[in-house]
Design a protein around this ligand. Structure first.
Ligand SMILES: *Cc1c(COP(=O)(O)O)cnc(C)c1O
Length: 427
């Protein structure tokens, strides 16, 4: 595979952009090799500047559930652009968008649009703190909620139950307000509630973890969080930035039947443009400015182009049979891939929820960050590079989730399964 143009662009980029990229995972540091620079994408395919075309399972990290450049989204955007790209004033589109969201996600009475998932979780935390009057937050090790200071926190060492910064520049004092529990382990959450009675504003969780590979919630985990937060006067925040409109119209909360106090959305609801949203029970949302004392704002919030792309995407997703199709495609792929690994004698932990999938290179069950980290990342890296050479574009890290889109055809899935067999033979 020729990547000359990408390599030349990377040389130029590195002189003026940190590591040549605008988001770290794109630099391919954990898998090695050169990231293709992308020229265009259509449907299930993504094409780089050297003319290599790949079957895409990254989907821009989740948003492109319809496939790239869906004709209806493109047409809606073209129309919208001619009417102006930003007004900084209320628009009918925002009302329609909010109506679509609250109709699909029953726990959300009210919603406010922002411009990224990070902004959504940051605002939700501030609101939770402002509403409850408590400062501490519980998050789970391995869950990612954007690059919010309070959430770039990892578990402290030894006997410490409070978190320590997971990034330079996050003040230790702020990190101490974030407590870190173990995913799928209710006891670890219970201990924190016992150690900090009356101090916890919220528990924030990815109801299906999608940023340490993909790990579904174990039986009773989300229900337990719901009970514990209610009992202790803390809010339950579902970060559905990935899972919202991905595993169903009402997200993971619909799939598992949980009623969180607040929900963060992003990715799919922007249809590929920069969007986030946070919302929840109206008595909580009333605390947001200008109705209440918790400040939050955004110059481009509810931007007409972003909302147009998102709204068009949501309307297509509401059509009959869409999630059934996604389920069937992803199940077909997962089954074929699993068989290919089995035939090659390489043991993996194969996870799938709807159109989200992940194969951990380990022979022990994965249910939290520590067990995910047991994966053989060296082997994953060789597998990743092999797949890229075969024209299959996957996330360049073991600790990401793959996405099937509506645009993947049976032929694409068969080609992918054949590529897996071929690559595994060469490992
Ligand atoms: C991607 C992601 C975010 C952050 O969204 P950005 O738009 O990248 O800021 C937050 N939470 C989860 C679960 C995500 O996957």
């Amino acid at each position: 595979m020729k990547l000359d143009t990408s390599i030349a662009l990377m040389e130029r980029a590195r002189k003026i952009i940190p590591a040549g990229v605008n988001s770290p995972v794109r630099a391919y540091l954990s898998v090695g090799g050169h990231p293709p620079f992308i020229r265009e994408a259509k449907g299930a395919y993504i094409t780089d500047v050297d003319g290599n075309t790949y079957i895409d399972y990254v989907a821009s990290w989740g948003p492109m559930i319809l496939g790239h450049a869906h004709p209806r989204v493109v047409e809606a955007l073209n129309d919208a652009t001619r009417r102006g790209t930003s007004y900084g004033a209320p628009t009918p589109l925002e009302v329609e968008m909010a109506e679509e969201i609250v109709a699909a996600v029953p726990s959300m009475d009210w919603v406010r649009m922002v411009s990224s998932g990070t902004e959504a979780t940051m605002s939700a935390l501030r609101l939770a703190r402002g509403y409850t009057g408590h400062n501490k937050i519980i998050k789970f090790e391995g869950c990612y909620h954007g690059h919010v200071d309070s959430l770039l926190v990892k578990a402290g060492s030894g006997g410490m139950t409070f978190g320590t910064p997971d990034s330079a520049g996050v003040p230790q004092g702020l990190a101490r307000e974030t407590l870190v529990a173990r995913y799928n382990d209710l006891t670890s959450v219970e201990e924190l509630f016992m150690n900090y009675p009356g101090e916890i504003a919220a528990v924030i969780v990815e109801p299906i973890a999608g940023n340490m590979g993909m790990i579904p919630p174990g039986a009773g985990f989300l229900e337990g969080l719901r009970d514990m937060t209610r009992k202790n006067g803390a809010l339950l925040i579902f970060d559905e930035v990935i899972t919202g409109f991905r595993v169903g119209l009402s997200g993971a909360q619909g799939l598992y039947g949980i009623d969180p106090d607040m929900t963060c959305l992003g990715k799919i609801i922007g249809g590929g443009l920069p969007v986030g949203a946070f919302g929840g029970k109206s008595d909580i949302m009333k605390a947001i400015a200008p109705l209440g004392p918790v400040y939050q704002a955004g110059t481009l919030s509810g931007n007409p182009l972003a909302v147009t792309a998102g709204l068009t995407t949501l309307r297509i997703l509401k059509e009959e049979g869409v999630y059934k199709q996604l389920e069937e495609k992803a199940a077909y792929l997962a089954k074929g891939v699993k068989t290919a690994f089995k035939d090659a004698g390489i043991s993996i932990q194969s996870h799938r929820v709807g159109s989200m999938f992940c194969n951990f290179f380990t022979d022990t069950p994965v249910r939290d960050y520590d067990t995910a980290k047991a994966s053989d990342t060296g082997l994953f890296g060789r597998y990743f590079t092999g797949m890229l050479n075969e024209g299959i574009y996957m996330a360049p890290s073991q600790f990401e989730t793959g996405f099937v889109s509506l645009a993947h055809t049976r032929e694409d899935l068969d080609r992918t399964i054949e590529a897996v067999s071929k690559v595994l033979r060469g490992l």
